[in-house]
Design a protein around this ligand. Structure first.
Ligand code: PHE
Length: 346
């Protein structure tokens, strides 16, 4: 047999085998094709291999090299076809999928501006040694009023000024109904946490508590029925109003900037004496951002402290007001509208 014929026989074999393997639609037909071309006994490759014996000795080397190449090519074609069928990969890839196109980025959420503010305030107060305390949002009247020196007939307890759960017809009714602790309500101030901390710890105390409070106010640019307060409480032996003013000034300078102007106005709260309200100046207008004062001796008595031995100050600041001034937000409702165009700016 001439070398020429042998080589063209090999080429034919390779292209027949390749198209048979790649055309096999399942593993049975692929196996049949394998037997036809690569079968150990009567496979076509074996037949061609036998022809090598009839090649001129001078051409043997070239013929043998080509034979090996074709053998490898056929084996590769078989393996590729087998993988495509078994792996389910290759042949099932969506033909319109273009891996070179840019991907679609997943939308990432981020931290809400009020939560960012809470983290920031916590960090500033932490530097002054205040630790974080927490309390429940559903409260009993003793913690929300009585222990804070707010008597039964005080207008702050008016059902129209508070979210009493029973009055609001909350499903499941009042969780305190059977306990004799009065009517449960959504806390109207974080001052409840002052009481809870003093009930469970002895002085010296230096805590803040940040969380939601609820009041039935009609929403407008500066009011919302739910908002956040940062409560502060410091109790020790020699605490004065000067300490309170310093802490609030340092805090305001840190959060709102060195050039912020704040002022203290005499005021009244049942649980502090004397009491002040704290304002900052914003675009020429004084805006109140919290109340504060020296803890009233009646409050110390309610939690079992001796008012002759300890003194303290407390404050409650509006978190939204602070956040709004820092970021130039003019409508509190923007914070709770869930509008991504607004939220994504923070
Ligand atoms: N609890 C008061 C309020 O919500 C603020 C306050 C806290 C005042 C602590 C004095 C001391 O208005």
């Amino acid at each position: 047999m001439s070398l020429q014929n042998f080589l063209s026989r090999l080429d034919q074999l390779q292209s027949d085998a390749e198209s048979a393997f790649s055309g096999a639609s399942n593993s049975e037909s692929l196996e049949e094709a394998r037997v036809v071309f690569l079968g150990a006994k009567n496979g076509q490759f074996k037949d061609v291999q036998k022809m090598l014996g009839g090649i001129e000795p001078t051409d043997k080397r070239a013929a043998g090299m080509r034979l090996n190449e074709v053998k490898n090519a056929i084996n590769e074609a078989f393996n590729a076809a087998k993988e495509a069928l078994e792996g389910g990969g290759g042949s099932q890839v969506d033909p319109t999928f273009d891996p070179s196109l840019p991907g679609t980025r997943p939308t990432l959420g981020h931290i809400h501006p009020i939560t960012q503010t809470i983290d920031h305030l916590t960090e500033i107060m932490g530097r002054m040694g205040f630790e974080v305390a927490e309390g429940p949002e559903v409260e009993d009247p003793w913690h929300n009023f009585v222990a804070l020196n707010i008597p039964e007939d005080h207008p702050a307890r008016d059902p129209l000024d508070n979210f009493y759960l029973a009055t609001a017809g909350v499903a499941g009714g009042d969780p305190l109904a059977a306990t004799g602790e009065g009517e449960a309500l959504l806390r109207s101030q974080t001052s409840t946490v002052q009481i809870r901390v003093m009930q469970s710890c002895q002085p010296p105390i230096r805590v803040i508590s940040l969380g939601r409070v609820y009041r039935p106010d009609a929403p407008d640019a500066t009011h919302f029925p739910m908002f956040h307060q940062m409560e502060g409480l410091l109790v020790d032996r020699h605490v004065t109003m000067a300490n309170l003013k310093t802490v609030l000034r340092v805090f305001a300078n840190n959060y709102l900037g060195d050039d912020v102007e704040i002022r203290f106005r005499p005021s009244f709260f049942p649980f502090t004496e004397p009491s002040v309200e704290v304002d900052f100046l914003w675009n020429g207008t004084w805006i109140e951002f919290g109340g504060a004062g020296m803890v009233d001796p009646n409050v110390f008595e309610a939690v079992g402290y001796d008012p002759e031995k300890v003194r303290g100050f407390a404050f409650g600041l509006g978190v939204e007001r602070l956040c709004m001034r820092r970021h130039g937000i003019t409508d509190i409702r923007d914070l709770y509208s869930g509008d991504l165009r607004f939220l994504q700016q923070f």
